[in-house]
Write a protein that binds this ligand. Sequence first.
Ligand SMILES: Cc1cc2nc3c(=O)[nH]c(=O)nc-3n(C[C@H](O)[C@H](O)[C@H](O)COP(=O)(O)O)c2cc1C
Length: 486
Amino acid sequence: MRAPATRSGRRAAAPTISARLATRVTLEMRAGGAIAACFDGFSVGLGTFSERAVHRAQELRTGLPLAGLAGAGSDVDREIERLVRRLAGRGLLEYGLRRPHGDEDFLVIEPQVPNYWPRTAELADADVLVLSRFAYLRRRGNQMVLESPRSAALFKIGDAKIAAAIASLAAPQRIKQFRRRDGFPGLQILALLVDCRILFKIETAGDSGLRASEGDDNLVLWDFQDLLFHTRSTQGRHANPLGGVYPYAGIIAPLPAVRPRWPGKKIDLRGFPSAPSPVAELLRRRHSTRSFDDRRPITLAELARFLDGTARVLSRSKIPADPAAGIPAVDYTARPYPSAGAGYELELYLAVNNCEGLPRGFYHYDAGGHALAAIGAAATELEAMLQGAQFAMGVHAAPQVLITVAARFARLSWKYSSLAYALVLRDTGVLLQTFYLMATDMELGGCAIGIADIELFAKMTGIEFHVEGPVGQFAIGRGSDSGISD
Ligand SMILES: Cc1cc2nc3c(=O)[nH]c(=O)nc-3n(C[C@H](O)[C@H](O)[C@H](O)COP(=O)(O)O)c2cc1C
C-alpha cells in the first residue's frame, strides 16, 4: 500500500501503529519471569519470559510499535511478539496511531472482540468507498467514537477533520478524488476501517452503496437500531461492562420493589376467594433452580418429554399467496407456545454436560422431526459455553443441560420492520416461561439466563452472528437434594 498524497501531491508517511495495554489492564511481573495481566479483579497468566523481555514489556504501558514486531528479529523480539499476541487474543490491548514526529495519538483503536488485530484491507486509487449504514459517530465522555455493530473494533477519533472526512463518505467516493479533500485521513485508516466493515468497497459501476450492496440477504433485513441493540445487549461483540454491575449504586437510589399506589378510590380484591386451579398451583410452585444433582442427571427420556411438551412442531399449514399485495405463499407451524405473527423464529441448541443416555456435546433440536442433531463444536467451546452459564448463575458447577434459544432473525424481519427484534425478545420471554412451567410440572429444576455470548455461538455453529444467534438461555436438570430454590 502506497503512502497517501498530500494536497501538494507529495505522499505523507503512514502513521505508526503502537500496541499498548487497555486502560483497565496492568501487567504484574512475578518471580522467575512470569507475567500476568490484571483487570477487573481477575489475573491471567501470560507465560514466562526472559529478563530482557520482562524489561521491554514495560513499554506496553506507553506503546510498542507493531512494525517493530513484524518478522520479529531477535529472541527478545520474538518473546515480545508472543506476549503481545497473547494480550491481543484476550482483547487486553488498544492501538494508538501517531503521525511521524507527533506527540499524541490522533486515533485510538479499541478492540471489541477478542483476537482483534489491526489489519489493512487492500485498497487502490480506483476503489470506491462508502460508509456502512450500521456505522455511527457519537460522543463518549469528551471523545468522539466511530463504531458499528459489525465492527470488531471501535475508533476513537481525536481529529475533527478526520471525523468530518469520514462522515463525507455517506455518499460513495472514489479514493482518487477523496484524497484531495481537506482532512483526508490517509489510506491506512481507510484500509483499517474497511477491514472493520465500517467502510465498504462498492464493486459494481453505478452502485449507490445502499442496503443490498453491503451484505447477504440476512443483513439486508436488519434495521440499524435492531442490529445495534442485539450486539450491545449480548456478550461477545463489544467491550462494555455487562450484567449486574450496579453502575449507578451510590448515585441514584433504586426504585421500590412495588410501585407506590395511585391516589384515589381503591377497590379491594382481597375479599374474592381464589378458586383452586392446577395452573395457578403450577405458577406458584415455579421457581429458579441453579444447582443440580450430578449423581442423578436428567435422562434422555425426560429431555425428550420436555422438548415435546414445550417446543415441538404440532402441525404445519400454508397461507396462500396474496399477489395483489405482492406477498408469496408462506409456510407456518403451530407449537405449544405463542409466537409473534406465528413466525416461530426461535431455535433450540443444547449444550449437554451431564444427561443419562446422551453423550456430552452440542446439539440442535429439530422441532419438526422431534430429533437432536449433533454439532461438531470443539470441546473447549462447549466448556466455555457451560462455564458462562455457571458464572451467570453464580454457582459452583455447570448445569446438566444448557438450552440456548437462538433466533433466525430473518424469519421475522422479512415481515416486520422496526419491531422485528423487539418481537424476538418477547417471544423469547414467552418461551422461557413455558420452559419454567414444564420443568416445574416434571419436577425438574431450571433457570433462565440473561447473558449469552453471540461470538462463541457463531464459532460453535459456523453461522454468522447476524444470521442466527442467541437471544436467551435456560439451564435445566435435576435440582439438588437440598431442595433450596436458589
Ligand atoms: C429474562 C431472565 C433472565 C434471567 N437471568 C438470570 C441470570 O443470568 N442468572 C441467574 O442466576 N438468574 C437469572 N434469572 C432468574 C431470576 O433471577 C429469577 O427469576 C428471579 O430471581 C425470581 O426468582 P424465581 O424465578 O425463583 O421466582 C433470569 C430470569 C429471567 C426471566
